[in-house]
Design a protein around this ligand. Structure first.
Ligand code: HEC
Length: 148
């Protein structure tokens, strides 16, 4: 099936080895757009959305300080709030937090993985992979507002 092929290709391009149940059976999906990107994925949703990140609870470890400290306010009360906090927001330094599709180049990702030059966030230690992975995948998938 072409559809399955596309799904597999997309998955292997974005995620190196993330397990993905590719048996989205449902019929109705989006009829034949040639330039099917990662955004148009009605039925089986292979793209990770900000709603997934919010549901994973990745940022509940941040709001204790980033309610209004650290020069950066993170609103984790809703997916929309979180999206606005990450996309339409900069920290005290004015840094762009997220560069869509460039996970490793994103300042936010560098801070939560300790891969940049600044201290890791949260300061008391790196979050578990299960919490980081949805965030990284959302950035890699284009950091869209699709589910909002
Ligand atoms: C214990 C308090 C604390 C916690 C918890 C914490 N931060 Fe921070 N954060 C700070 C402080 C203080 C700063 C400012 C100093 C610095 O940049 O290191 C900061 C800075 C930042 C910056 C840079 C802002 C700028 O203006 O450049 C980012 C991005 C960030 N934190 C993200 C996070 C994320 C994401 C989490 C949760 C995973 C988190 N922080 C958890 C205290 C905290």
């Amino acid at each position: 099936m072409l559809r399955t092929l596309f799904a597999l290709l997309t998955v292997s391009m974005i995620a190196c080895g993330a397990p993905e149940p590719s048996d989205n059976g449902g019929g109705g999906g989006g009829g034949g757009t040639a330039d099917a990107g990662m955004t148009e994925d009605a039925g089986g949703s292979t793209a990770t959305t900000i709603c997934d990140v919010h549901a994973a609870g990745t940022f509940s470890a941040c709001t204790g300080c980033h309610g209004n400290q650290g020069g950066l306010t993170i609103d984790n009360s809703s997916p929309q709030g979180l999206y606005d906090s990450l996309i339409n927001n900069t920290g005290a330094t004015g840094a762009t937090l997220v560069t869509p599709e460039d996970r490793d180049g994103s300042y936010l990702w560098q801070r939560v993985t300790g891969s940049g030059m600044s201290d890791i966030m949260p300061p008391n230690g790196k979050l578990p992979d299960a919490l980081l992975e949805p965030l990284g995948q959302w950035i890699a998938d284009g950091a869209t507002s699709d589910c909002l």
